[in-house]
Design a protein around this ligand. Structure first.
Ligand code: ING
Length: 300
């Protein structure tokens, strides 16, 4: 059995006035809790250093640039990398990236137990809208603030396992998990910020949670991978975002889940061998997949 200590660290609301220093301190204390319970890798949410700023319209893009990171690690985030080195614990972190060329991405990185960046991903499925819907109490302007990611869906060798990354809305699209499992991912890690109300349509709160969990379970089972998802949850500036941070097994079963909507660490020891059983039978891609019949998925 190849077991691996895996943690999802759900981060309760980050208020607009909260500083990166305060947020990083919260993340480090959760990393310590996870380490005490045997975690080797801690998954943090999407955009985890600031409040979910795409809910706000600013006349210029530059007016929101203070929510972005120009370097990683930076002075404020270096202590998190130092804690990873001290504890020998890797982590996944989502943040807003502003490149030296002035390009903006919704980004995540994978860091190993020596504090080295082993992978980087830029969000491809950007939900919401780009136009100013000033009639709404809060908006969902990811299409305004971020470019579509230009790094593709990648799988990275880190801490002896093959890890694919995704971000939030990506988890709702089956192609994402398939693209990662075709590259041999053992595990898919992702962070999310899922407001109860997103401009464009409304669904019941229970449907918000069920579609979130269903996306993880389907992705895990249909691609024989483990899936770990960490949410930014609870109330930020009066806006509620769902919790439900969870780990799904290759059987599609949720094996661990948060129960609250504040800072909360969940740790489970996954058996990577479980995926192999499915990959050698039900989902033996080489034996059973018929890609010559699937071109419509890309051509249309
Ligand atoms: N989107 C959130 C997500 O969970 C959302 C909220 C849901 C937007 C459904 C659009 C449609 O997908 C993010 N933050 O990517």
């Amino acid at each position: 059995k190849r077991t691996f200590g895996l943690a999802v660290a759900q981060v309760g609301g980050i208020q607009p006035e909260e500083t990166r220093v305060e947020v990083v301190a919260r993340l480090i204390s959760m990393m310590r809790v996870a380490h005490q319970r045997g975690a080797e890798l801690v998954v943090f949410p999407e955009l985890t250093l600031t409040t979910f700023f795409p809910r706000y319209w600013t006349e210029s893009l530059q007016a929101s640039d203070h929510y972005f990171e120009r370097e990683m690690p930076s002075g404020e985030t270096a202590p998190l990398f130092a804690a990873a080195r001290e504890l020998g614990v890797g982590f996944y972190l989502g943040y807003a990236e502003l490149t030296p060329e002035g390009r903006r991405f919704n980004t995540s990185i994978l860091v190993d137990g020596q504090g080295r960046i082993t992978g980087k991903y830029r969000k491809i499925h950007l939900p919401g809208h780009a136009d100013n819907r000033s009639n709404l109490t809060h908006q969902h302007l990811e299409k305004r603030y971020f470019e579509v990611g230009d790094l593709g869906f990648g799988v990275f060798e880190s801490q002896g396992i093959k890890i694919g990354m995704a971000l939030c809305n990506d988890r709702r699209w089956p192609e994402v998990y398939r693209a990662l499992s075709l590259q041999g991912a053992d595990l898919v890690v992702l962070g999310y910020n899922t407001p109860l109300d997103v401009p464009g349509w409304s669904e019941e709160p229970h449907a918000k949670m069920s579609t979130h969990l269903l996306s993880l379970q389907a992705g895990a089972y249909q691609n024989s991978v483990w899936v770990a998802a960490a949410g930014k949850s609870g109330t930020e500036d009066g806006v509620y975002m769902i919790g439900g941070s969870a780990i799904a097994a290759p059987s599609g079963e949720i094996v661990a889940k948060t129960i609250g909507d504040e800072d909360e660490v969940v740790v489970t020891h996954i058996d990577l061998g479980m995926a192999e059983m499915y990959r050698e039978s039900v989902f033996d891609f080489a034996a059973h997949r018929r890609p010559e019949n699937y071109s419509i998925i890309v051509d249309r």
